[in-house]
Write a protein that binds this ligand. Structure first.
Ligand code: SAH
Length: 209
């Protein structure tokens, strides 16, 4: 299976819909983010272990999360759970590549709990020339106040409930996509204290530590 086969599968299943997200999948081959022993299987639609109890997410899940998030060129994004850096790279491509949107360059701030995984993501991302990605080690539940407000917040690890810090650090008009237990929750910030929530059921994620 090639990247093109994977993309066609995701499109035919209607997990991938938006041209800008499809272009990012084309530009960021998943084989750059799986462990060496999984190279030959990189385009299978399933998660793979990346060590430390973490996985590179299943492509279908990544596609659905990005379609829900709808990142736009020029935006500031907070990602929680960098892991392999695969989603980080897709985000950086979508929001930062002038050819995909308004010509503005956005920025991705990504937090990973496990230092070794932050290092893994860093070395995976070196294969690209992103100038709009910053990686941090820490507890993503606190967010990154110093760089807020964010236009979009996305977490690859599931929460028991959505941390208040994320809601506060989200720009008005912004959106959070986060797994809450086995649901994928989409939260839009209408005003300082008013949020609109949509729930998609039936997912499985690595829990937030
Ligand atoms: N998008 C990543 C998914 C990695 S799995 C990929 O496709 O590679 C989820 C990641 O969240 C794991 O790397 C895990 O270590 C990290 N994580 C769990 N709890 C966290 C927390 N509280 N803060 C930051 N990262 C966390």
């Amino acid at each position: 299976m090639t990247n093109q086969d994977l993309i066609e599968k995701l499109i035919s299943e209607k997990s991938l819909l938006s041209p800008k997200i499809i272009d990012a999948f084309k530009a960021i081959p998943r084989e750059d983010f799986v462990l060496p022993e999984d190279q030959g299987k990189a385009y299978e639609d399933r998660p793979f272990s990346i060590g430390y109890g973490a996985t590179i997410s299943q492509p279908t899940t990544v596609a659905i999360m990005l379609e829900e998030l709808q990142p736009e060129a020029g935006q500031k994004i907070l990602e929680i759970g960098t892991g392999s850096g695969y989603l980080t790279a897709l985000l950086a491509k979508i929001i930062g590549d002038p050819s995909t949107g308004s010509g503005q360059v956005g920025q991705v701030f990504s937090i990973e709990y496990i230092p070794e995984l932050k290092n893994l993501a860093e070395s995976n991302l070196k294969k690209y020339d992103f100038k709009n990605v910053e990686l941090f080690v820490g507890d993503g539940k606190a967010g990154l106040k110093d760089f807020s407000p964010f236009d979009r917040i996305i977490s690859s690890a599931s929460a028991i409930e959505i941390p208040e810090s994320w809601k506060r650090q989200l720009a008005i008009g912004g959106r959070i996509v986060v797994p809450v237990q086995e649901n994928l929750v989409v939260l839009d910030k209408a005003s300082k204290n008013r949020f609109k929530e949509k729930i998609n059921t039936g997912f499985l994620f690595v829990p937030l530590k």
